[in-house]
Write a protein that binds this ligand. Sequence first.
Ligand SMILES: [Zn+2]
Length: 247
Amino acid sequence: MNTEGIKGSEGFKGSKGSKGSKGSKGSKGSKGSEHSLHGKHGCTALLPDSYPDTGMKIYGCGKPVRLFVAGLHGDEWKDTTGLLKSVETPKTGTLALIPLVNCGKYVSTLNSGYYSGIGKKILKAIEELNPEIYIELHSYSGENLEKLAGRNRLDLIGVPAYSILKAGVLLGSVSPWVRKKYFPKESLCLSFEIQKGSAESRKFAAQMLEILKEIRSRDEFIEYMKKEFPAQAKKAMEDYERFYGEI
Ligand SMILES: [Zn+2]
């Protein structure tokens, strides 16, 4: 979930397309946060053996390369990590999964320090794999729906509102800190928000993941959305254009 505002959103301007600079950024991060898997933070249900170091699993090979991540912060892993664990080999291309990025302190991905700190595992994977398709799975509490999907999110928080898809699953953009800096325009980068504790929400998200793991390009996903969720597709594309420039 990302309900907090972007601090110093000026920073996003002029940072796009700077693929070459990515190596220098994101190197400073909080040491020690990687060990938060073990006890203390409520993740004890997950055996460390199941999630060694990066916790990344790679299925298939070749293009397109997809990277799906879940459990990005706080207790979100409870509703999202299991979903990624059940995704398997795609029919074409590569699918890389990080089912649990971090389950320690909650730091919003809209915070400039997220990806260089507790989310640095994600940056490392992006740099190594250079994915064309990047999906984040988040979860939210019902009372935050308005903050996430309300019309004034762009004014209040500085990023476009999420679209409500189905069964409480929301679709939006990933944080500008990673979108603009690490991906060219033609990449498909999506953030899904699953309603905490909702079995229906989880079930629908699992169906979306099955579709997304076979998607081969951003355009293919846009066509799928236009057919299945025309209203949401229209809104998402308008928001995207307003925020990032033309698609
Ligand atoms: Zn989140």
